[in-house]
Structure formats: C-alpha cells, structure tokens
Design a protein around this ligand. Structure first.
Ligand code: MCN
Length: 784
C-alpha cells in the first residue's frame, strides 16, 4: 500500500468543502426564474376528500398556481409503486393500493399530500397552502399493526382485504415442527421492533425545472440513486421520457435509506414546473420530514428457538407482523421479507427455520428501508433469543454462542443465504478481550458499591449486503438489477476522473474510490476526481444503499481500472520498446521492470490522446467502462458487547463500555470504516435507548413530530467506542471487501437490551429502553 492507496487512513477529501460550508445541496441551487412550492397536507389519518376549493388560495399575493390530484391524473401522471414483487404463501401477488402523488379522493395518513401551491416566495406559498379549503369527511383510522387485520378494522385500501398486503413464508415448516417436538428446551419471546424516523441533517428537497424550448426536464433532488429516480419517474410515473429528464443529486446531507425512494414531492415539482412554466423548488421543513420521510422497522414478532439437551439450537420460528404504513414505498416489500427472514440463521448452525411475515397497511406514514433494513430486525430476534436461552439454561452466553457458531464456509442456511466467509470465534475473541469480559463480575461488584446496577450484553450479528446477483434478485421479485457501473477516464494530462453509479451522501466515496486509483497507478490523491450524482454525466447506476458501494461500486471501478491498466501497459511497451508483460505501473510512472527505462504517467496519457505513436490498430484515448454484477451478497459479521450501569432510582442507563468487533473483509480506508461503524452504532443505540415514533392510537396524529418528542442520541449519550477488526477476505469480489455502512445499526440494539435486562434482572423490556421503562421493569422484577 502507498500513502494514499488501499488500506491507508486517508483523511476525507470531501470534508474540506463540508466543514467550510462550501457543500452544495439541492436547496443551495438557484435556477433563473425559480419559484417556491408548499404542499397542502392532510391533517387527518383517514378521510374522504369531498372537494378542494383553491380559489381563495389562488387569489393570495404572489401565488402562481394551486394544483391538485385530479389535475395530475388528467395529465396522466402515474401512481407511485413498490418495486419488489412479493407473493403470499397461496401464490397470490401482494396487494398494492393506489398511491397518487397528490391524493385524489382519500387521504390515508397525516401528512398525505393533497395539493401543491407555487408562489413567488416560500412564505407566500405556505400562507396560500393554509388557505386551500379541503372538505374532508373524517373516517375511522387503524394505527396499530396488530389491530390492522382485526375483523371490522378500518380499511386502508380497497385492494387489500383486512389490510393484509401479503402473507409470506420462508423455510420448512414441517422440519421446524418436528424439531420443536423433540426439543429439550424452548425459548420464546414477544418482540417489538420500534418504529423509527430517519433524521438526515439535510431535509428532503427538490427543484423541478421544465425547459419549454428544449422540451426537457431537470430535477435537482436529495436522492441516494438519481438514475433509479430517472428510470422510475419516466418508466412508471410518466413524468417525462428518460432522454428528456436529467436528475441531479448533488451533495446530499445524509440519507440512511430515507432518500432511496421517489417521493410525491419531486414528481409533483417536475409536473408543476411544466404546468406553471416556472422552475419549482420545495424543501421540507423539519415537521414535514417527521411526517413524511419514510419511517422504519415497526415489527411485531413472536419468535422461538428449540435446543437439544446438548444446548445445540435445532430450530427457529418467527411470526412477524410488519407495518408498511399507508402506502407501499419503493422497497417496502423487500425489507421485511428477503432482507429480514433470510438472516434468521444469524451466526449459528440452525438446521430448521420457518418464518411467516404478514405485511399490513395502517393509516401511518409509509415504512421502508432504513440503515440495516430488515437485518437489524433479524439480528434483534436471534440475539435476544440466544441471550435469553443462555440465561434460562444457566450457561455463559459466550459458550452457548461458541457451541452453535457456524465454523466452516461456504455455509448454506435453510433460508436462502449462502455465507461465503467469516470467523465468528475470532470476533468473539477480539470483543471479549477488548472489553475484559472475564473482569465483568468484579466491575459489577464495584458498581454495586456505588449503588449502580451493572449489566453486560452481547450480540453476534451477520448481515448480507452488497446485494446481489441481478438474476438472483430478479427471481425473488426485484424490479431492477443490482449491478453497478464505472468509467475511468484518464485525461490527456494524466489526471483521472472516475464516474460511478454509486452516490456518496456521507460515506466518503470521493476518498475511498480515489484510493483505488492512487493504489493502482501511484498517482497523488489530488490528481483523481470522483464524479457521481448526475444522470447527464454518469451513464447509468443503481445508487447507494445496502452497503453496496464498496463491494459492488468499487468492484466496477476495479474492472474498469483493469482495462485502463492493460491498455496503458500496451502503450508503454510500445513507447519503451519492451514486452508488455515487463511493464509495471507505480509511483506515477510506467517502467520496464528491472531497468531504468520509464515513461511518466502524464506522458503516457498524452501519447494516448495525441495518437502519434500508438501500437498499430489501437484506438486513441485512455478511457474504459465496466459493469459489475455481484456473484453473491457479502457477509460482514461482528461481535458487539455493551456494558451498562443503571441508576436504580431513575432507571437511567449509562453505556460505560461498548466494543464493536467487526469483519469487513479487506478494509480500504480504516478511518472511514471506523467512522461508518461509529455512525451506525449511534443509530442502533438511539433505537435501543431513545428513539421511537409514536402515533396517537385513535386519531393517527404523530405524537413524536419534533425533536422535543422524538429523542435523537447525542454525543453525551454515547461512550467512546472500541472498534477492533478481524479480517476474512470476501471471496466474491476482486477487492475481497464486505460492506460496512450498516453494521453498527444492525449489531448494537440487542447488545444494549441484553445488557440492560442483565443489569435489572428482568427480560421483559422493549425498545426504546427509556428511563421510565427501565425503572418500571426493574421495580416489576424486584416485586416478584
Ligand atoms: N469501505 C472500506 N472498506 C470496506 C468497506 C467499505 O473502506 N471493507 C468504505 C467504502 O469505500 C465507503 C464506505 O466505507 O467509502 C462505506 O461503504 P459501504 O459499506 O459499501 O456502504 P455504501 O457506501 O454503499 O453506503 C451505504 C451505507 C448505508 S446502506 C447507509 S443506510 C448509510 C451508510 O452507508 N447511510 C449513511 N453510511 C452513512 N453515512 C453517512 N454519513 N450518511 C448516510 O446517509
């Protein structure tokens, strides 16, 4: 490795502009003649729209137009769709209710968009939005997922009887029944995975710009995947043909999954721009973000494991109700199925697994993937069960895990996944050593002397990311392929631009992707630029989510670099009159190995473009592209241990130690990877201790609609993390890497809850473990 190559702790190039306030986010863009939009949103969870009177609003100062759903339908704008088809166990397709970007006759959650107002200023647009008179007939709403299928429950969509979207199963029910029949021990838990609200620092924003002269649309938007946005908006929503639509996702201030989806607002801004003849900008305020950014998790599960007399796990079964909210968002169906139930084997040899997932509609904000997406839910089920089993059997959680670990790879689970690599004993060794697991009893005793209850909890996660061979996901119902593309352009002076279909919105791609080029050609970092986020610059791409940009996006870059290197060597061999096989490229020079014959990189690049002296028949230029389709998921794994102290008088939890030992295969930039883990841990610990979306059960009003009610983790809620790493090379991609972007959020919640329940001696505790809940659980345990 060079100073800036693979494995180097290169400081993030992009941070200079971010920390000096020079980042350019969607709301920073000013298009000449641009006006401002505000959305009229439903104040009701469920209501019929009897009529919309826009005349008073239209007459207000500065108002250019007020547009509604029926007009949108007249113009042929399509409904928003879910892109992953799931079939129920009876073979019937999932029941997708219609989601018009602007509601036409019914509103289905508080915040559902009803009309758009376009005005000279943002303030005028908002004032006029208040003046739009919507005549609602309020209807009864269903809010809780466990009530959604009740007889007589209010119906969210006519397409879905009893609000059931699908009733999906995976695994071998018979084998599981048999194993439970023979079990020496059974451990059962009712598990709630709390609903979360993503909180990217930058709120969602969009500018729709229709250029009449060219009959062309441009959309600036806070997207994690601008090409997918363009594809979906043209192929399904009829906004504009693909060749007449440019989507630009500039700097994006965090997404965490919530900016994967194509929301009503960007579609509506594009349509409204053509209708009004002006570019239209909308930026969410924080209240709108709380109400309308796709929410996350929200599972109600009963799960059980069977063990034999030797404490080997013989079967696992889970019944889950997944709340998808009022409409099916883009990947909402994949999250509680193929991203969840396929990970229920965890790190363990479990011969029989069966899972049933019932996805339901409720009158709440749509729910979709958010950091981890399905895998935190699976890990929570498995790791709460395993820790509980150890307690009930009276054995060490470490020993129970070691006994059941998968030890040889590849390993085929009973639920589709084929784990390619890992070393779970190495991870548990690293984590227990870092936290001094054996010294816990002493620390607990010492804490007791200070009046504190000390507990320790573990979670051994495995996740599947870098998803996945396009043919495989296609056969499971995905509407898109999951390859990635790259183009490496060596300019005539030797600087390099890498065009990627991945999108960086906090992950440091401008640095890590450049490291691949520095490593390959020995060029300085400043000579390499990463280009992304613009459908007019990058031909096609699938964007960033599912920790795929490393394993999939970088692999495409590696393939393109291979081609560039091969051509560069041919040119160098020709110039240096040497054999192509003897050429090495390093330190910015092409050399004949073992001699002092060299041609500097910039001169080689120039030679490629002047084309005065190229090998016979060679095309001029030095630019190559590649598509990379993964051969499998990658399987990062880890062992997380959390140590807490609880104040028995207040129920307040303090995390006193947290070790996250991870295996991400080869690491390109350890500093960035550690940062990714830290961020994920903050989100996972936030879920475990603090965050939880709450709707009023009758009215469907979002009770946690601001930072006064929805508690985000802050620096003083988090300890200083220890993040040791082990390495098993991923055999499936050329770099041997596994994704790291979601691990922290996947592994941490069960570690925290296992630690708290250990401290208080009561296993009956749900997330978020607020001081009030912990105090109540502690006192319930003490009373028994
Ligand atoms: N990397 C590395 N070595 C590895 C694996 C990854 O150096 N073995 C580097 C990659 O080159 C990249 C970063 O680590 O710079 C993350 O890579 P990867 O795990 O492939 O994840 P993605 O780049 O695909 O990012 C997506 C992931 C997800 S799914 C969520 S959600 C998430 C996350 O990244 N959202 C984030 N991290 C985030 N970080 C920020 N700041 N903001 C978000 O919205």
């Amino acid at each position: 490795m060079g100073m800036e190559g693979i494995g180097a702790r290169v400081a993030r190039k992009e941070d200079k502009r971010f920390i000096t306030g020079a980042g350019r986010y969607t709301d920073d863009f000013v298009v000449p003649g641009m006006k401002f939009a505000a959305f009229v949103r439903s104040p009701h969870a469920h209501a019929r729209i009897r009529g919309i009177d826009v005349e008073a609003a239209r007459a207000m100062p500065g108002v250019i137009d007020v547009l509604t759903g029926p007009e949108m339908k007249t113009d042929g704008i399509g409904n928003i769709i879910c892109g992953w088809m799931i079939h129920s166990k009876d073979g019937s397709p999932m029941k997708m209710g219609a989601w018009s970007p602007l509601a036409t006759d019914t509103v289905r959650y508080v915040g559902d968009a009803v009309a758009i107002v376009v005005a000279e200023t943002k303030g005028q647009a908002r004032d006029a939005a208040e003046a739009v008179d919507v005549d609602y007939e309020e209807l009864e709403a269903v809010i809780l997922p466990e009530k959604a299928m009740d007889a007589g429950a209010p119906q969210v969509h006519p397409e879905a009887d009893n609000n059931l979207i699908f009733d999906w199963v995976i695994g071998d029910e018979g084998a599981v029944e048999e194993a439970f029949g023979k079990a020496a021990h059974r451990v059962k838990l009712d598990i709630l995975n709390n609903r979360l609200i993503p909180n990217a620092i930058e709120p969602r924003s969009a500018i729709g710009h229709y250029n009449k002269a060219e009959d062309h649309y441009t959309c600036y938007t806070t997207s994690q995947n601008p090409h997918v946005a363009r594809l979906v908006m043209s192929a399904f929503y009829n906004v504009a043909p693909e060749n007449k639509l440019r989507v630009i996702a500039p700097d994006v201030g965090g997404g965490f999954g919530s900016k994967i989806y194509i929301y009503p607002e960007e579609i509506t801004c594009l349509w409204a721009s053509k209708k009004t003849g002006v570019p239209v900008k909308w930026t969410a305020d924080r209240s709108e973000s709380f109400l309308t950014d796709a929410h996350a998790r929200d599972h109600v599960t009963t799960a059980e494991i069977a063990l034999d007399a030797d404490h080997k796990i013989t079967a696992l079964r889970a019944d889950t109700i997944a709340n998808l909210g009022a409409y099916m968002s883009l990947f909402s169906s994949a999250t509680p199925t193929y991203l969840y139930a396929t990970l229920l084997s965890g790190q363990y040899e479990i011969p029989a697994i069966y899972c049933n997932v019932k996805a339901v509609y409720t009158h709440t904000c749509p729910v979709d993937a958010y950091r981890g997406a399905g895998r935190p839910e699976a890990t929570y089920v498995v790791e709460r069960l395993v820790e509980t089993a150890a307690r009930e059997l009276g054995i060490s959680p470490v020993e129970l895990r070691r006994k059941n670990f998968i030890k040889s790879f590849p390993y085929q689970t009973p639920v589709i996944m084929n784990y390619d690599s890992g070393d779970f004993n190495a991870l548990i060794d690293a984590a227990t050593k870092a936290i001094d697991y054996d010294g816990f009893a002493r620390r607990k005793e010492e804490a007791k002397g200070r009046g504190k209850l000390r507990g320790i909890g573990m979670s051994c996660y495995i996740e599947a990311c870098g998803i996945a061979p396009s043919a495989a996901v296609g056969s499971l119902g995905a509407g898109v392929g999951l390859w990635e593309s790259a183009e490496v352009r060596v300019n005539a002076v030797g600087t390099v631009e890498v065009l990627t279909g991945a999108h960086s919105h906090g992950q440091g791609h401008e640095t890590t992707f450049a490291q691949l080029v520095c490593d390959r050609f020995g060029l300085p970092m400043d000579n390499v630029s990463i280009v992304h986020g613009d459908t007019d610059k990058v031909q096609m791409g699938m964007g960033t989510y599912g920790s795929r940009s490393g394993p999939v996006g970088m692999s495409a870059i590696v393939k393109a670099l291979d081609k560039v290197e091969a051509k560069a060597k041919k040119i160098a061999a020709h110039i240096l009159e040497a054999d192509e096989g003897d050429i090495v490229i390093e330190n910015g020079e092409c050399k004949v190995a073992g001699t002092d014959k060299t041609v500097p990189w910039f001169q080689l690049a120039l030679a490629a473009y002047t084309a005065h002296n190229l090998p016979g028949g060679m095309e001029p230029g030095l630019k190559e592209g590649a598509f990379y389709d993964p051969t499998n998921f990658t399987f990062p794994s880890g062992c997380y241990i959390c140590e807490v102290e609880i104040d028995p008088d207040t129920g307040k939890t303090e995390i006193v130690q947290f070790v996250a030992a991870d295996d991400f295969g080869r690491v390109i930039n350890p500093m960035i990877v550690e940062g990714q883990v830290h961020g994920g841990l903050a989100q996972g610990i936030g879920q475990a201790l603090l965050e939880g979306a709450a709707y009023d059960r009758d009215t469907g009003q979002l009770v946690t609609g601001s930072y006064m009610d929805y508690t985000m983790p802050r620096a003083d809620d988090l300890p200083s993390f220890q993040v040791p790493m082990t390495e098993t090379i991923c055999p499936g991609n050329p770099l041997g890497i596994k994704g790291c972007g979601e691990a922290g959020a996947i592994g941490s919640p069960p570690a925290v809850i296992n630690a708290i329940t250990d401290a208080i001696g009561n296993n009956d505790l749900s997330m978020p473990a607020t001081p009030q809940k912990v105090w109540a659980a502690l006192n319930a345990a003490t009373r028994h």
